[in-house]
Design a protein around this ligand. Structure first.
Ligand code: ZN
Length: 406
C-alpha cells in the first residue's frame, strides 16, 4: 500500500470537503483518507511519499468529450459562427485528418496526461484514434460515432458503425470502454439513431451526442429555416429537418446519455434531459469560438453538468485547467470561488458520474486515480479552488489505478 501526504486534500466530494495536512492511503482503490498523522500511524507498513510544500492531492481530471482525430488543426478553420465553421471543417477535413495521424494523437494524449487528465471520453468519427486510445495510460470511454442523414447511405453507415463498435468491444478492458456517439439531431438519420439506441439499451452502452449548439440548429429543427437551409440544399434539394428537438430527445428513453453544448436548448428540453436521467457537457471555449452563446449554467442542476474541451477543431488546448480558466472568464457574473469549486467538481466528480465510473472523488472505495499538484505559492486565504484553477498547468505526480505514471 502507498500513502501520499500533502498540505491539502481536495476530495471533490459534493460538499467540497478539504482536508488540511492530510493523507490518502491506497492500493488499487482508496483504502483510507484523513489527517496525515492518523493515516501514517494506522498503516505503518505502507510506502509513504511526502508531497512537500504547497502540495494538493486531488482526483485525476476527467474530460468527457474530445475529438482526437481533429488534433492537427491549428489555423485551418473559420470561427465566429457555426455554419461557416462547419463548412470550413468539411473543406479542410481530409488535410486535418491526414496530418493528425496516430503520432499526433499520441502527442495530444500525452499532453492531456501531463496536465492531469486521467480519464477521457473520445468521440471517434472514423476510428483513426483507436490504437492511440487503446495504448494510452489514461482510462478511455471510446464513443464510436454514427453520422449521416442521406437515406441511400443508411445501410452502409450502419454496417461501418457496427464493425467499429465490434472492434472496440473485442479490445475492451478495464481502461478502454466502448460506447456510442450519435453526432447530432440535424446530421443523423432517424433510422440510424433508432438502431444504435436499440443497441445501447440492449448492451448497456453509454451514449454521447451534440445537442442544440447553434442558432442555425435551433431554427432548422424548429421550422426548417435559417442558415442550415442553404447548407442542406447543397446536398439534397428540398431538405427537411429529420425531427424536432424534443422528438429527438424522446428517442433516448432508458439510456445513459450525455448531451454536449445545449447552449440553445429550451427550459423544456433541459427538463426533458433531466427526466431522461441524462447529463449535460459544457464546452465553454468551443461555444465562444463558434459564437454558440453562453450556457446558463446557473439554471442547470449542479450534478447534471460536466466540463469538457471538445476537440482542437474548436479549441486551442485539451487541458481541463485551460477549460476551467476559460469558464471562469465566460461566466463573468458568477461568484468566482463558488464557480471555481463547481468547475473542479464538473471536471472530476460529476464527470465520473456522467460516465458511470468509480473515480472522480477522493473517497474510500474509489479507484486510486490521484493527482499531486502544487499551489503557485503559500495559500493565505481560503480560496484554494480559485488559486488552483488560476495557476495550475500540470500535475507533479499522476496515479491511475494506484500505478504511478512517470
Ligand atoms: Zn464535439
Amino acid at each position: 500500500m502507498k500513502i501520499l501526504e500533502a498540505d491539502f486534500i481536495l476530495t471533490c466530494r459534493d460538499d467540497f470537503e478539504i482536508i488540511k495536512d492530510g493523507a490518502v492511503c491506497f492500493d488499487k482503490k482508496i483504502v483510507d483518507i484523513g489527517k496525515a498523522e492518523e493515516i501514517i500511524n494506522r498503516y505503518k507498513d505502507a510506502t509513504l511519499t511526502k508531497c512537500g510544500e504547497n502540495s494538493v492531492l486531488m482526483p485525476g481530471l476527467i474530460n468527457p468529450h474530445v475529438h482526437l482525430e481533429f488534433s492537427a488543426n491549428k489555423t485551418s478553420l473559420r470561427y465566429g459562427d457555426f455554419i461557416p465553421w462547419l463548412n470550413s471543417v468539411i473543406k479542410n477535413r481530409d488535410d486535418i485528418l491526414q496530418n493528425g495521424g496516430e503520432e499526433c494523437i499520441e502527442r495530444e494524449l500525452d499532453s492531456m496526461l501531463y496536465s492531469g487528465t486521467t480519464t477521457l471520453g473520445a468521440i471517434s468519427s472514423f476510428g483513426d484514434d483507436f490504437n492511440p486510445c487503446l495504448k494510452t495510460h489514461q482510462k478511455v470511454i471510446y464513443f464510436n460515432e454514427i453520422l449521416g442523414s442521406r437515406p441511400d447511405t443508411v445501410d452502409v453507415l450502419f454496417e461501418n458503425f457496427k464493425s467499429r463498435l465490434h472492434q472496440s468491444e473485442e479490445n475492451k478492458n478495464e481502461k478502454f470502454i466502448p460506447a456510442i456517439s450519435i453526432h447530432s439531431p440535424y446530421s443523423t438519420h432517424p433510422i440510424l439513431i433508432k438502431n444504435v439506441l436499440d443497441i445501447a439499451r440492449r448492451e448497456n452502452y453509454l451514449v454521447s451526442t451534440h445537442f442544440m449548439e447553434s442558432q442555425a440548429e435551433r431554427e432548422w429543427l424548429d421550422s426548417g429555416s435559417g442558415d442550415f437551409v442553404e447548407f442542406f440544399n447543397s446536398f439534397a434539394l428540398n431538405a427537411r429537418p429529420l425531427s424536432s428537438a424534443l422528438e429527438y430527445l424522446e428517442l433516448f428513453y432508458d439510456t445513459n446519455a450525455l448531451f454536449t453544448h445545449c447552449t440553445k436548448a429550451t427550459n423544456d428540453e433541459i427538463q426533458k434531459i433531466k427526466e431522461l436521467g441524462g447529463f449535460i457537457t459544457h464546452c465553454p471555449v468551443s461555444n465562444r469560438l463558434l459564437n454558440s452563446g453562453r450556457l446558463e449554467i446557473e439554471n442547470i442542476d449542479k450534478d447534471m453538468l460536466n466540463l469538457a474541451t471538445d476537440g482542437l477543431s474548436s479549441n486551442i488546448s485539451l487541458s481541463s485547467w485551460d477549460e476551467m480558466r476559460a469558464a471562469l472568464m465566460l461566466h463573468s457574473q458568477a461568484d468566482i470561488d463558488k464557480l471555481s469549486k463547481r468547475l473542479l467538481k464538473m471536471s472530476t466528480n460529476y464527470a465520473a458520474e456522467a460516465l458511470g465510473l468509480n473515480n472522480g472523488v477522493l473517497e474510500v472505495g474509489k479507484d486510486a486515480d490521484i493527482l499531486v499538484v502544487k499551489l503557485a505559492d503559500k495559500l493565505i486565504n481560503d480560496d484554494l479552488a480559485t488559486q488552483l484553477i488560476l495557476h495550475t498547468k500540470k500535475a507533479e505526480k499522476i496515479y491511475i489505478n494506484a500505478e504511478e505514471i512517470l
